[in-house]
Design a protein. Structure first.
Lengths: 321, 313
């Protein structure tokens, strides 16, 4: 084990896969010579050369399309969206083409590519650099979605994302990038579709992921032994078995995430839990999510719109009393 | 296929087959046996015939929703294409893709596409893979004049020049972006000039002459294979039908204009050159197409259990 940051763990995961498979290559804005806006690709150009680590122009639609074509031609591209918000200009390629090609081709054309990106707020980056847009990718069938919350998970899930024969969107979080943790040395691989019970508890389950895991942990400090926290880690595929066993144990559920609450992972999971486990529930499923407003700039406003540990704690208090 | 220049008769065979495929599909559509929209390439047959003859089997092609001609000319099985268009289990994509979504890795067909211009990035990516691996394969991507106004293409042109990709941007300029003429959709109607603004090498060609198309695409493929980068080919042509089956094609064009282009149909021109042999070839190809349609109509439809399979690999 080595102690490293989330960013360094992403870098280690990329390095591991670049070494393992010569068909893996990276493309994205400022990733090669500059080393990446958040240093995720630092040093990789020097090790692997310019045929494996490719700077692109600021042309998200163009290079996402190219990643698709390269994947169809036998490569295993990893394309970086510097901010997940920038993916919106490439959504025709991602949702109309990348996500659907395997199905539309009747299984003839797998698309083994990974989109690595980051989202999230709390840093004054305002409405176009702070979003959590995972629900957009989850809405259409054909894309897997991964959101690690620890350095070790980042490395292991990076490996699983790149080795998967399907399009995978791997989403980091600005607030997690500096987070330190122990990461296994050498080969590290965490299968997609496995969640992690990061804290056991008896009275209420929080289903969460990404940076909101940390907020939930903080919120749960006030209720020792009572709060079970499930870090979902991958949203498609979803580890339903772990969700189900936790709900059968606690009989109360909060889904907490940073993205907006309407038409969201929380509304979908809340529906699934009530439909499939209705008789297990002692209370309606609750949601803690961003308010229905774009992410504002001023800190007072941003902290009101985005979920906080205090809001999760308040919701826990409401459910536990 | 591939740099052996076809004869008049060979080109005629490819084009007359395509013409009869379209006639058969039109009848099936009118008769309610073919679902969805049908975008024909009548009058433009020399483009797929000439361009695909200039490519090797392992070269890549992406095309538009009007691109079935390229898929067939590239080598994909007629039976599989017809069965796909008719939504059969035996179809190229098991009935999941349909007429606008044809994929065949065996012949490098990386997709026809329902979104204007969207396959251009795919072709550039395949060309990038070819360059990274040194395979010498080139990618031809087909799009219309209308797609020249899509930002995606401009992004791809820039990257193709930047990375010197072995890609051929094959623009079928049929003078109308769906139902709107270039003069009302393009600030500068000189598409080659626009492409040159991105640093692309350009070639203009009579898109109704399969030999001319073959020559220019062969040259472009050689440029790609020898590391000289991309080529933008502007093929001047004309679709003598409407944009799709419900468009007569005459609301926005005069009958005289359509008739004038009909008289310049590549099939008509080659028929005149070949003489009596043309009828013989046509009869053979008609029989092949009819047999393919009959077979597909008798083929089984997909099992409903297939509806949610293959979402993921």
């Amino acid at each position: 084990m080595s102690k490293m940051s989330f960013v360094q763990a992403c870098n280690a995961g990329l390095r591991q896969e670049l070494e393992r498979d010569s068909n893996v290559f990276l493309m994205g804005e400022d990733i090669a010579h500059y080393g990446g806006m958040f240093r995720v690709t630092e040093g990789l150009l020097e090790t692997f050369g310019e045929n494996r680590v490719i700077d692109t122009p600021i042309s998200e639609s163009g290079f996402m399309g190219m990643a698709l074509g390269a994947a169809l031609a036998g490569k295993r591209p990893v394309a970086e969206l510097m901010f997940i918000d920038f993916g919106l200009v490439a959504m025709d390629q991602i949702l109309n083409n990348i996500a659907k090609t395997h199905y539309m081709s009747g299984g003839r054309c797998p698309v083994p590519m990974t989109i690595i990106t980051q989202g999230g707020g709390y840093r004054g980056a305002a409405a176009q650099h702070s979003q959590m847009l995972e629900a957009l990718f989850l809405h259409l069938p054909g894309i897997k979605v991964v959101l690690p919350s620890t350095p070790a998970d980042a490395k292991g899930l990076m490996a699983a994302s790149i080795r998967d024969d399907n399009p995978v969107v791997f989403i980091g979080h600005k607030q997690l990038f500096g987070k330190q943790g122990e990461v296994p040395d050498g080969e590290h691989f965490i299968p997609l579709g496995t969640s992690s019970v990061v804290q056991e508890g008896s009275e209420v389950t929080i289903l969460t992921y990404s940076f909101t895991v940390d907020l939930a942990m903080k919120a749960a400090e006030a209720f020792p032994g009572k709060v079970e926290i499930v870090d979902l880690r991958t949203l498609n595929p979803l580890d339903w078995a772990t969700i189900e066993s936790s709900v059968r144990k606690t009989h109360r559920v909060i889904v907490a995430h940073e993205a907006h609450g309407r038409c969201s992972v929380a509304s979908d999971l809340g529906f699934q839990v009530q439909q499939r486990l209705f008789d297990e529930l002692d209370a309606p499923v609750e949601i803690v999510a961003a308010l229905d407003a774009p992410i504002p700039f001023a800190v007072e406003l941003e902290n009101e719109v985005l979920p906080t540990a205090a809001r999760i704690e308040a919701k826990l208090r409401e459910m536990l009393t | 296929m591939g740099h052996v220049r076809p004869t008049d008769e060979q080109f005629f065979r490819t084009m007359i087959r395509l013409r009869h495929v379209e006639k058969a599909l039109t009848e099936l559509s009118a008769g309610g046996q073919l679902r969805g929209s049908l975008h024909l390439c009548e009058g433009q047959e020399a483009c797929p015939a000439g361009a695909c003859a200039a490519l090797l089997k392992e070269d890549y092609v992406t095309a538009t929703y009007r691109g079935h001609g390229y898929v067939l000319a590239k080598g994909t099985s007629l039976n599989q294409v017809i069965a796909e268009v008719l939504g059969r289990a035996t179809g190229l994509c098991k009935g999941k893709g349909g007429k606008m979504h044809l994929f065949d890795q065996e012949f490098g067909v990386l997709g026809t596409n329902g979104i204007v211009g969207a396959g251009v990035g795919t072709a550039c990516g395949a060309a990038l893979a070819s360059k990274l691996d040194g395979t010498g394969r080139v990618a031809l991507t087909v799009f219309g004049d209308g797609a020249n106004n899509q930002g995606h293409l401009m992004e791809c042109w820039n990257m193709a020049v930047l990375y010197k990709l072995p890609v051929i941007f094959f623009c079928e300029n049929n003078l109308y972006s769906e139902m709107t003429p270039l003069s009302r959709s393009h600030g500068n109607v000189n598409l080659s000039e626009r492409a040159r603004g991105f640093g692309l090498h350009t070639e203009s060609v009579n898109g109704n002459d399969p030999h001319a198309v073959f020559e220019v695409v062969s040259k472009a493929a050689d440029r790609g294979r020898s590391g000289q980068g991309p080529t933008f080919v502007e093929a001047m042509t004309y679709r003598t039908t409407g944009h799709y089956q419900a468009d007569s094609g005459t609301a926005y064009r005069t009958k005289e204009e359509v008739e004038d282009w009909r008289s310049r149909s590549p099939i008509l021109l080659l028929r005149q050159r070949i003489g009596a042999k043309a009828d013989e070839i046509e009869a053979e190809e008609l029989a092949v197409v009819q047999a393919s349609v009959e077979k597909a109509l008798a083929d089984s439809v997909p099992a409903v259990s297939e509806s949610t399979t293959e979402v993921f690999a």
